[in-house]
Design a protein around this ligand. Structure first.
Ligand code: HEM
Length: 184
């Protein structure tokens, strides 16, 4: 597909010859002008310019986006979308933990198992009886499967939290709006 320079794109800004840029792609809307449900004026106003912001602000439907390919004339030369530059990356292991390593998180992560281990060490016996009492109470109050489900949910939640320290999805710049090229 043709790479088009900004100067050339900007020249297509007359009533019967209109190019616009959307997300780094150049579209010839000259013939579409009269069919545009938003009216021809809006397209005329952005003739020869990057209309991405306005296009997205008008919350165009999928149907509207489906029209785009047949109007395409090329790409803006040198244009790089931020969200194409850095795709989401799955980071696993120590690097992932480092990504989440705020002082508070580290304290919680290190301290939590220590506290639990210490507690278990000092109060092993009491804990044993507490656990059986609790199990008994739960069994009395509810069928056994109910306690099992609750326990499973708690375990999964715990595992999930730990997993989030090991697996980290870096969405890069995906959440940012693509950089716009403006022709002044
Ligand atoms: C080639 C580019 C464009 C195409 C194919 C297109 C297509 C459409 C279509 C099909 C609709 C009907 C609603 C929908 O399905 O979303 C629409 C509505 C609209 N468009 Fe566009 N559009 C384009 C560019 C633009 C630009 C650059 C602007 C603003 C500068 C714009 C502003 C609007 C507005 C404000 C509406 C809403 C009209 C209303 O609800 O009364 N459009 N467009």
């Amino acid at each position: 597909m043709t790479a088009l320079g900004l100067e050339e794109i900007q020249r297509h800004n007359t009533n019967d010859d209109i190019w616009i840029i959307l997300h780094g792609v150049v579209y010839n809307v000259s013939k579409y002008l009269e069919n545009h449900p938003g009216g021809p004026e809006l397209l005329l106003e952005v003739a020869g310019q990057d209309a991405t912001k306005f296009f997205e602000e008008a919350l165009h439907s999928e149907d509207a986006r489906d029209i785009l390919p047949r109007l395409k004339v090329g790409n803006v030369e040198g244009y790089r979308r931020l969200d194409e530059v850095s795709d989401s990356i799955l980071i696993v292991g120590a690097q992932a933990a480092a990504k989440r390593a705020s002082p508070a998180n580290v304290v919680i992560l290190v301290a939590a198992p220590l506290v639990v281990a210490t507690f278990l060490g000092y109060h092993g016996d009491e804990l044993q009886s507490l656990r059986s009492a609790l199990a008994q109470a739960l069994t009395d109050a509810h069928p056994l499967w109910f306690s099992g489900v609750i326990l499973l949910i708690l375990c999964l939640a715990g595992l999930g939290t730990w997993a989030s320290y090991i697996i980290y999805v870096d969405y890069g710049d995906l959440k940012k709006f693509p950089s716009h090229i403006r022709i002044e």
